[in-house]
Design a protein. Structure first.
Length: 95
């Protein structure tokens, strides 16, 4: 993208409400106020705190869902896709 495009286009204040653009703008500011969890009044979180918390929560969810051994976690146990036949069950082709 480069600094020129950023300054002339994407850094405009009217675009700040777009989450992807906001994150792109503050990614190099680990202490930015948007990283702070307002539910915790006793401390101010940073970008790194947020990343660490997110990873811990993700691992906790996967552990609850797939067990304690990450070596046994398998993509196919979580990501499945099923398709219904466009003619429905009456066609005899439903899954």
């Amino acid at each position: 993208m480069g600094p020129k495009l950023w300054e002339e286009g994407l850094s405009q204040s009217y675009l700040f409400y777009i989450p992807d653009l906001v994150l792109a703008r503050i990614v190099d500011e680990p202490g930015h106020v948007l990283y702070d969890d307002t539910a915790t009044r006793d401390r101010r979180e940073t970008r790194d705190d947020l990343i660490q918390k997110s990873l811990q929560e993700a691992v906790g969810q996967w552990t609850n869902r797939l067990g304690d051994d990450p070596q046994k976690w398998q993509w196919g146990r979580v990501h499945k896709m099923y398709f219904d036949h466009p003619w429905g069950e009456s066609s005899g082709f439903s899954t």
